[in-house]
Ligand binder design. Structure first.
Ligand code: PEP
Ligand code: MN
Length: 341
């Protein structure tokens, strides 16, 4: 359930409610909105629920809202105005600006990431993407450069004023990764790696959670709930295409995920049309559609030599194509009340 405090509730009244929630065996999660504080009450159902419900009569409490969904802290009711996540260097996701991240699928070498970083920064990207730990379908495919790759990526990003987003595959990598990256990406294959999600709940760094290849919106939001319930509210979601019967594209880019997640949740929504289509010539149209549909951020794979890329070359844009796409997105965003950061 959620406890909606009155707009003029005092600090003491809020503290009293928080204390009672704990006494009854639940965990309180505060969302201090512009207008009022909303307190999420979560925990196992063997807590003393009726006593929490009795807080309806407590001073400063406006309303108690039961939430039927299995996701509660992720629900839109928790923060009706939507969440804005600060990534650092003045970049925020979830406001009026649409933030674009771009880069290769994988970090392959220092010159490669330096070249791509320079090109995407010049075109207006704010984030440098690239995997140092790669989840590959085959164990014989390139698995990423690990820490060496993270170092190369950090250096390239710093040279061009970019932030770094990179995938974490396992809880054991978190400690290393937080030293190099600004956003920890959870890949589609790990959307339901609950141990990883639980550990990321303890981190104080933004997490970007991708939708699994066959995950429903409810499953995506339940996975988000793991991170939020751990106390990490710096969470961003991402649509990257789902598996359908269609084989022409690598995945089916579900643009409807953007408005649907915005309706169900306060969390910002990213679109990844590169993995969403798997085909270079389909990335720009789907990116344009994503901005029009209200995406808060975008992740695009870009490589200066895609024919030599160690992974996902077929869906990587040439830097010139990325620059042209950025120009197009700058024209589309104002039509839907946004601007490209
Ligand atoms: C990636 O971003 O390179 C990646 C592996 O993404 P996904 O988890 O969406 O497949
Ligand atoms: Mn990729």
């Amino acid at each position: 359930m959620l406890i909606k405090m009155a707009a003029n509730a005092t600090k003491g009244q809020i503290e009293h409610v928080v204390e009672r929630i704990r006494e009854c065996g639940f965990q309180p999660h505060l969302s201090e909105g512009e207008e009022r504080t909303v307190i999420g009450v979560v925990g196992k159902s063997d807590g003393r629920r009726s006593e929490v419900e009795a807080l309806r009569a407590a001073p400063g409490v406006d309303e108690i809202i039961p939430i039927a969904n299995p996701f509660k802290l992720a629900s839109r009711t928790m923060r009706p105005e939507g969440s804005i996540i600060e990534l650092g260097k003045g970049v925020t996701i979830g406001g009026t600006q649409v933030v674009v991240g771009a880069g290769p699928c994988a970090v392959e070498s220092a010159p490669q990431i330096e070249e791509v970083a320079g090109r995407v920064a010049a075109a207006g990207a704010k984030l440098l993407r690239g995997g140092a730990f790669k989840p590959r379908s085959s164990p014989y495919s390139f698995q990423g450069l690990g820490e060496a790759g993270l170092k190369m990526m950090r250096a390239a990003a710093d040279n061009h004023g970019l932030l770094v987003v990179s995938e974490v595959m396992d809880p054991s990598q978190i400690e290393l990764m937080v030293r190099y990256v600004d956003v920890l990406q959870v890949g589609a294959r790990n959307m339901q790696n609950f141990n990883l999600l639980r550990e990321l709940g303890k981190v104080r760094k933004p997490v970007l959670l991708k939708r699994g290849i066959a995950a429903t919106f409810e499953e995506l939001l339940c996975s988000a709930e793991y991170v939020l319930a751990g106390g990490n509210y710096e969470l961003i979601l991402c649509e990257r295409g789902i598996r359908t019967f269609e084989t022409y594209t690598r995945n089916t880019m579900d643009i409807s995920a953007i408005p649907i997640i915005h309706k169900l949740s306060h969390l910002p929504m990213t679109a990844d049309p590169s993995h969403g289509t798997g085909r270079r010539d389909k990335v720009a149209p789907m990116a344009r559609a994503s901005v029009a549909a209200g995406a808060d951020a975008m992740l695009i794979e870009v490589h200066h030599q895609p024919d030599k890329a160690l992974s996902d070359g077929a869906q990587s844009l040439y830097p010139e194509q990325f620059a042209k796409l950025m120009d197009e997105l700058r024209m589309i965003a104002p039509a839907v009340g946004r601007e490209i950061a």
